[in-house]
Design a protein around this ligand. Structure first.
Ligand code: PPS
Length: 289
């Protein structure tokens, strides 16, 4: 597998190999107590996954080190040759399952809604998403060649990158957040006060954790702690698949890194795109600390 082209499934661009398992994703049988962590890529999925796994295990660090984050929280859409797919792994997993997904709200398998599963959605300001995604495209070879940053920016605005349009994704989830069992959070709020976010998530899934456990989870899920932890930093994946020498998965973990990457002209173009995409919706983002 070397930089396969993007394919389209149900109108959404997806990583080429993932398209092969699309029918099984749509047929996937959710269980009542499943929890989905849904994001547009590079918006805090891994961070939220680690937090949730620790919440479910009452802050037990030993339990949280039982496997890499992508094993503890399987990726629903995942499918690459010669590896078990996300749906296969999930089918064999005991409850209570944590499930990672980047699916747009309208593409979530019907069983999640039938079972009224809880979903935690994390949104991040799109300028930092763009920069993080550009670095990720380069280091993870399941993506096509990202081209220049300018080309990638165009692809982001046109919605041709893997998982499609950022704005459509975020708006779709924002619009249903009060009708469904969805907790909608922002990456920047997590950065501002991660303990507050952890408490909110715990309450949402019905766990009443004492203060010392909340603090333990907070300490274990700082950027530094997760970057150093081989169970959360993706370093156990072969470098032929994810090359951390090109860019580490745990790259910077901050708000505002986009300022180091977008030119004034690119920023103006992107601001115009955002103004158009987010007009008429009460959804705003923080672009700096
Ligand atoms: S993926 O591939 O879509 O699942 O990636 P995802 O986990 O959503 O996003 C990766 C970015 O999240 C940053 N990250 C963190 N930031 C702050 N604190 C913690 N604990 C943390 N864990 C992950 C990670 O560094 C990526 O962002 P960038 O901007 O590239 O650093």
């Amino acid at each position: 597998m070397s930089r396969p082209p993007i394919k389209i499934v149900s109108g959404m661009p997806i990583l080429g190999p993932f398209a092969e398992n699309w029918a099984n994703v749509q047929r996937f049988q959710a269980r009542e107590d499943d929890i989905m962590i849904n994001t547009y890529p590079k918006s805090g999925t891994t961070w939220m996954s680690e937090i949730l796994d620790l919440i479910l295990n009452d802050g037990d660090l030993k339990k949280a080190s039982r496997g890499a984050i992508f094993e503890r929280v399987p990726f629903l859409e995942y499918a690459v040759p010669d590896m078990p797919t996300g749906t296969e792994i999930l089918d064999t997993m005991k409850t209570r399952r944590l499930i990672k997904s980047h699916l747009h709200v309208e593409l979530v398998p019907q069983s999640f809604w039938e079972k009224n599963c809880k979903v935690i959605y994390v949104a991040r300001n799109p300028k930092d998403v763009l920069v993080s995604y550009y670095h990720f495209y380069q280091m993870a070879i399941v993506h096509p060649d990202p081209g220049t940053f300018d080309e990638f920016l165009q692809g982001f605005m046109e919605g041709t990158l893997a998982f499609g349009s950022w704005s459509r994704h975020v708006k779709g989830w924002w619009n249903i957040r009060e009708q469904k069992n969805v907790l909608f959070l922002f990456f920047e709020d997590m950065l501002e006060d991660s303990k507050r976010a952890i408490k909110k998530v715990a309450e949402f899934i019905g766990k009443d954790l004492p203060n010392d456990v909340l603090e333990k989870i907070q300490q274990h899920t700082t950027f530094k702690a997760m970057k150093e932890n081989k169970m959360s930093n993706y370093s156990t994946i072969p470098s032929s698949v994810m090359n951390h020498g090109i860019s580490p998965f745990m790259r910077k973990g901050i708000c505002g890194d986009w300022k180091n990457h977008l030119t004034v002209a690119q920023n103006e173009i992107f601001d115009a795109y955002l103004k158009k995409e987010l007009s008429g919706i009460d959804l705003t983002f923080r672009f700096q600390d």
